[in-house]
Design a protein around this ligand. Structure first.
Ligand code: SF4
Length: 434
């Protein structure tokens, strides 16, 4: 698929898909003011001039995203050398940070895990020859522009390439060159037509970019038509809004989503510091609207590549009633090599979590294979030896335990403990006599 086939409408950020006007009154906005936390006080220092109603309005954040190095330097101390380097990087990979997400960054810590996800690094271009533009070959699997059909029973609808923030580790970094585009009605109809003609599709994933950059009204027009297709059982929405701009999860959006269930929402927290009062409230609103929230983390060097960080993240997610679903090996994407970890890191993180916390807190560690190979789960090897009759296993403490493999040899009769056998025979005799 050519670039021109994908791009239906190129729009500058300022003419973005018109976000709805805030549905909150000023008094409601006051109620929404999050409790004072360490993050909030930093936010107040940086954005003390912003009214509570503006701060709680996602449209305001979207319009006021930080998109240039000059603007960024007003909030984060940057040396002249850093500014020149960032200008070089942003010429290839642009910059966009919501004021909300910027407020979570510790400006005095160059290794801050929130900062590393949002602020460009020179390695994006100095190591830029490593990796591929489109390692997952999504373009190859597109059956009509914007609709990826890779697995038998599910499809991915890519409605836009616009995101509230440009995450430095993004798999779709290649799309950033295209400016902002949104699928037009004709293209969406072509996607829907394919789904209608393909009865094995029972699961439709609506993604982007970020589909929640569309106005609620426009999103509803798409979701309602997907829901009207009889063989579509579930709809999933992939969005990072609960993390980078949780104000988007407002009453209007949740009311709309509640009409078209079952809808699941997959979001993308990478660090426990992203789970703020505002963000927790966004997840709670979704749950109350009947939309379960799952999390997909990307494993990132220097950001979340330790057992301790992953445990803290999972525990914070569970407290917010969000299920830790996947831990992704960072894809082999150009401009992200400095953030990628060896595969062994992910496996040893899972090993360090298993047994030390509930299974509910442990995501599946997966690699999304290049060339459209799909997801492959990886986990520590707990089987030390395996025959038809027995497995020798180790547990999370390193204890070695033998486990009998039931009925593995079809020639074997299952052995019964003699006392149990005798009790059953006696029981049968008693039944016959009565
Ligand atoms: S929200 Fe997702 S698609 Fe958008 S820039 Fe971040 S990682 Fe990429």
């Amino acid at each position: 698929m050519t670039k021109s086939a994908i791009v239906s409408r190129t729009i500058p950020v300022s003419e973005e898909e018109e976000p709805p006007s805030s549905t909150m009154t000023n008094s409601e906005a006051k109620e929404e003011e999050p409790p004072s936390t360490g993050f909030a006080s930093r936010r107040n220092r940086l954005f003390s001039h912003v009214s509570a109603s503006d701060w709680n309005d996602w449209k305001w954040h979207f319009r006021n995203r930080i998109t240039s190095v000059k603007e960024l330097s007003r909030f984060i101390p940057l040396s002249d050398k850093e500014q020149s380097q960032l200008k070089l990087v942003t010429a290839k990979y642009p910059l966009a940070i919501t004021p909300y997400y910027l407020s979570l960054i510790n400006p005095d810590d160059p290794d801050d895990p929130i900062r590393k996800q949002a602020i460009p690094a020179i390695e994006e271009i100095s190591m830029g020859s490593m990796g591929m533009e489109d390692p997952l070959e999504e373009k190859r699997d597109s059956v009509v522009p914007g609709l990826v059909h890779r697995y038998p029973d599910r499809v991915l609808m890519v409605l836009t390439d616009i995101c509230p923030m440009l995450c430095r580790h993004c798999t779709r970094k290649r799309e950033w060159h295209n400016g902002g585009w949104v699928r037009n009605d004709e293209e969406i109809e072509a996607m829907l037509d394919y789904i209608r003609r393909t009865p094995q599709v029972r699961d439709v994933i609506i993604s982007g970019g970020d589909p929640l950059t569309l106005s609620t009204e426009r999103l509803e027009r798409v979701i309602a038509r997907v829901r009207a297709i009889q063989h579509v059982e579930i709809i999933r929405i992939g969005t990072r809004f609960p993390v980078v701009l949780p104000q988007r999860i407002d009453a209007e959006l949740c009311n709309m989503l509640s009409k078209y269930g079952p809808i699941w929402l997959n979001t993308h927290y990478n660090h426990y510091r992203e789970i703020t009062p505002e963000s927790t409230r966004a997840c709670d609103r979704l749950l109350r609207a009947g939309v379960p929230v799952n999390n997909q983390t990307v494993l990132l060097r220097g950001i979340n590549d330790s057992v301790e960080t992953q445990l803290k993240l999972s525990h914070a997610l569970l407290k917010a009633k969000v299920r830790p679903y996947y831990l992704f090996q960072c894809d082999e994407v150009q401009g992200t090599e400095h953030l990628r970890t060896p595969v062994e890191t992910g496996i040893s993180i899972i090993e360090g979590m298993r047994g030390h916390t509930s299974g509910l807190a442990i995501p599946s560690f997966v690699i999304d294979l290049p060339s459209g190979g799909g997801k492959v789960p990886l986990q520590p090897d707990y089987i030390l030896s395996h025959t038809k009759e027995r497995l020798i296993l180790r547990n999370y403490q390193g204890r070695i335990i033998t486990f009998r493999n039931p009925g593995a040899d079809s020639g074997n009769k299952l052995e019964m403990v003699p006392q149990v056998e005798e009790a059953i025979v006696n029981e049968d005799r008693a039944l016959v006599r009565s």
